[in-house]
Ligand binder design. Structure first.
Ligand SMILES: [Zn+2]
Length: 79
């Protein structure tokens, strides 16, 4: 009568898998945060590191037209 035990360990394994999946989700969020590596020096808004230079300039011109930091407003600050 070992059937009960096999059933139990199968369930335990499935529980572990669920835990691992949850952990993987957490680290995905972490890497998303790390991807926000461009920061506007004026308003501190962060942009995903794949944002193009053009988009950064657009932001600077739209949000801070009076600032003449256009070239330095966006610093690619990869941590
Ligand atoms: Zn800004």
């Amino acid at each position: 009568m070992g059937g009960g035990n096999a059933q139990k360990s199968k369930m335990a394994r499935e529980k572990n898998l669920e835990k691992q999946r949850a952990a993987a989700k957490g680290s995905q969020l972490d890497s998303n945060k790390k991807a926000m590596s461009i920061q506007c020096k004026v308003c501190m808004q962060t942009f995903i590191c794949t944002t193009s230079e053009v988009k950064c300039k657009e932001h600077a011109e739209a949000k801070h037209p009076k600032s003449d930091l256009h070239n330095t407003t966006m610093a690619c600050d990869i941590r």
